[in-house]
Design a protein around this ligand. Structure first.
Ligand code: ADP
Ligand code: MG
Length: 729
């Protein structure tokens, strides 16, 4: 039998190991197992921080034995009536410590013999669940492996542990890291070097290790240098495959023909003529770029980034009008019903009688703006579907309800996706599929995206940025308020009252809805996060009594949500107590203050998005981040960072550093997530950029990658992972 990456593990390993690998870690083939990389490498004398262990966590630590103490231990009688003084048991307590001298206790019952090998001075790997006993952290009956006593004399340790760098794998209770290591060693010794998916010329030019060597070195590194070379090579492979998928997608799009919508026309000209303000320089420039692309006969695929309030919607609307002016339809896809309804309101308002197509007295160039959400009544839905089908509505706004069957466009020429991070590539595709010819696409996001992330997640799009806010905006002042300080809290609510007294409005944001989800978050001894349904009652009966308070959260039905948003937008409510449903794009220029409760529960970018809801009008905005996080804690530092700058890009970078890579890619990028194991979107910018260039050259010369079957195989795999997600989605 030839063993290759596709060979099932059950053909090469024992049953118990195979089961543990499959059930606990989802590893079924030789390729899966060899792709299960160590997450770190233990070393004698390394700094594991025993002080950072969390109770309940499964850990593998590197530590040195300091002392072993034999104790005798009489188990407590179980309940009333049991005889006192059961049979005494041996208790061996072993104290291990890290470099900094922080210690951890290991306990073993009736295993006194272990004292012979757990002698002071020995280094080992210890694995178990962290528990607490009498205020001290301990591992009960941990599994362990000792390291060679002397690097020069590996015979004193088990073979796998003889090297200087010991791989530590993501493990489970069923299979500790050293058994995974053993399985990998077995397999590595059986598999002949697999075919190399990286083009030979690239490998030679960049002196990258061969695939087989890299796999061997990542699991059994000979040295730090060899490990570094192995990682570099494997990262290159991840980056190249990913970029090849994106470049191929982009190339395919460039080969498509789209309907060209000439610039100008009565409708866009009439609209521009009545704009009550001048465009910012960015809006003008990006507008030019987009107008030119819409007028071309290849479909536009563009990402528009701009901080909250930078005026993206206006840019999109002007582009939509260009399409509508020439007989096409434009669809605007929004992530939530609140946002879809708000877009509808504000676009209808901006258009004025240009949105009254077909009505008496409307200008001849006017069109109609349809709103389609999941909550429309059957009759409303029929009317809207009819307007869409007959091209009576030039602009169609909706949530993912737009994606469903039964929504037929007469001539969909342009798709705008707002706040892209909520949608995946797949949903974008589903909407595009409703057009007869590939439509032009504009994706808008207010989440500032670092360049390498943009290149990865939106690598098939061209990007534009709006970097300035419209003139006359006053920056938002942000402060952190300690929740436990009564004076500060009184002052906070008084500030809200002052804004309202001055004729303005405020938001109060909480992390949780409350009510039936009460038990969801009550983890351990921590109090559950504050909930809107409770907070609104407390405010009503206390600090904000007498004000008109409204409640908004995701569990309200759509009519109610819409009613509340309208009332707030109309100024019939003073304060909106809400969850993050208001995070994305909600625009009420008269709202000037925001109080975020339990602010440390939100991410950095999320807080930045949230506060973008205030200060959208002529009056300065104020954002108060209320938190119990003690000064100096990492939570508090994040809040201080948000308070210290309004630069969304700087905050996005900070956010990225603190999140796991996988989270950055978003739920919709599942294929990419499982593919990117070593590559860091932040730290490996150079590799990603170089791989982009290589992929562009490769696919330019050989679009089907016929000359690189190994690479083509991986590229197809990754591309189809995305397809799979669509079916599940
Ligand atoms: P974004 O979607 O980027 O967060 P919006 O498009 O919602 O921003 O714009 C925010 C507000 O600014 C809206 O009320 C809009 O009418 C207004 N606005 C847009 N462009 C300008 C401009 N050039 N000058 C003044 N106000 C503008
Ligand atoms: Mg917006």
């Amino acid at each position: 039998m030839t063993i290759g990456l596709d060979t099932r593990l059950r053909e090469v390993l024992g049953k118990k190991t195979v089961e543990a690998l499959s059930e606990g870690l989802g590893l079924d083939t030789v390729g899966d197992l060899l792709g299960h990389y160590p997450f770190r490498y233990a070393q004698r004398g390394e700094r594991t921080d025993l002080g950072a262990l969390q109770i309940g966590e499964d850990v593998t630590v590197t530590a040195q034995v300091r002392a072993a103490v034999q104790k005798s231990f009489v188990p407590k009688g179980r309940g009333r009536g049991s005889r006192p003084g059961g049979k005494p048991r041996d208790l061996l307590e072993v104290i291990v410590a890290d470099e900094a001298g922080r210690s951890l206790t290991l306990t073993f019952f009736n295993q006194a013999w272990r004292a012979k090998e757990l002698v002071a001075g020995r280094w080992g790997l210890f694995a178990g669940k962290v528990a607490q006993f009498r205020g001290r952290l301990q591992l009960n009956s941990p599994q362990y492996q000792l390291l060679a006593e002397d690097a020069a004399d590996p015979s004193s340790a088990i073979e796998e542990f003889a090297g200087t760098l010991i791989p530590v794998y993501p493990a489970t209770a069923e299979i500790p890291t050293w058994n995974i290591a053993k399985a990998i060693h077995t397999v590595l010794d059986m598999v002949p070097a697999p075919p190399d998916p990286l083009p030979r010329s690239l490998r030679e030019r960049l002196s990258l290790l061969g695939y087989g060597t890299a796999l061997r070195q990542i699991h059994r590194p000979d040295s730090h240098e060899a490990l570094g070379a192995a990682k570099k090579r494997l990262k290159w492979q991840e980056a190249l495959v990913m970029q090849a998928v994106l470049v191929r997608r982009k190339a395919a799009a460039a080969g498509e023909t789209a309907t060209a919508y000439a610039r100008g026309g009565a409708l866009p000209e009439a609209f521009d003529a009545r704009l009550p303000f001048t465009l910012t320089e960015g809006q003008r420039q990006v507008g030019e770029e987009i107008a030119a692309e819409l007028a071309g006969d290849h479909p536009m695929h563009r990402l528009l980034q701009g901080d909250v309030g930078s005026g993206k919607t206006l840019v999109a609307l002007r582009a939509m009008l260009q399409v509508v002016a020439h007989g096409g339809q434009a669809a605007l896809l929004a992530p939530t019903e609140v946002l879809a309804a708000q877009h509808h309101r504000s676009i209808v308002e901006m258009l004025g009688d240009l949105a009254r197509g077909g009505e008496l007295g409307a200008p001849p160039e006017a069109t109609r703006v349809a709103l389609l959400t999941g909550s429309a009544t059957a009759a409303q839905r029929r009317t809207v579907l009819d307007e869409v089908k007959t091209n009576t509505a030039g602009i169609v706004i909706g949530t993912h309800a737009l994606l469903y069957d039964g929504v037929d466009f007469a001539d969909l020429g342009f798709v705008v996706v707002d706040e892209q991070h909520r949608f995946g590539v797949e949903q974008r595709d589903a909407l595009r599929a409703k057009a007869d010819r590939p439509p032009h696409t504009l994706v808008m996001t207010a989440t500032p995206i670092p360049r390498t992330v943009a290149m990865t997640v939106y690598g098939d799009l061209e990007t534009s940025r709006l970097t300035e806010l419209p003139a006359g905006r006053t920056p938002i002042a942000t402060h952190v308020v300690p929740y436990t300080d009564q004076r500060w809290m009184t002052r906070t609510w008084n500030r809200v009252r002052e804004e309202v007294a001055a004729g303005r409005q405020a938001y109060v944001v909480c992390p949780r809805v409350g009510g039936e989800d009460a038990e969801d978050n009550g983890a351990g001894d921590k109090r559950p996060p504050l909930a809107v349904v409770d907070v609104i009652e407390q405010l009503r009966g206390g600090p904000l009594s007498g004000l008109r308070l409204g409640l908004l959260h995701g569990r309200l039905d759509t009519d109610e949500k819409d009613r509340v948003m309208r009332a707030y937008a109309a100024g019939d409510l003073d304060v909106l107590v809400a969850t993050t449903v208001i995070e994305v794009g909600v625009n009420v220029p008269n709202a000037t203050a925001m109080v975020v409760l339990d602010a440390e529960r939100f991410g950095i970018s999320q807080l930045h998005q949230l506060r973008g809801r205030v200060g959208r009008g002529a009056h300065p905005g104020l954002c108060l981040l209320v938190s119990e996080a003690p000064e100096g804690s990492s939570s508090r530092e994040r809040l201080d960072a948000v308070a210290s700058t309004t630069d969304g890009f700087a905050l996005a970078e900070l956010d990225l550093e603190q999140r796991r890579e996988g989270d950055v890619l978003g739920a919709a990028q599942s294929g990419v997530k499982s593919h990117v194991k070593l590559l860091s979107l932040l730290k490996d910018a150079d590799i990603i950029e170089a791989a982009r260039a290589e992929a562009t050259a490769l696919i330019g010369a050989d679009p089907e990658l016929k000359g690189e079957p190994g690479l083509a195989h991986l590229v197809d795999d990754l591309a189809s992972d995305r397809g799979e997600f669509l079916e599940k989605g």
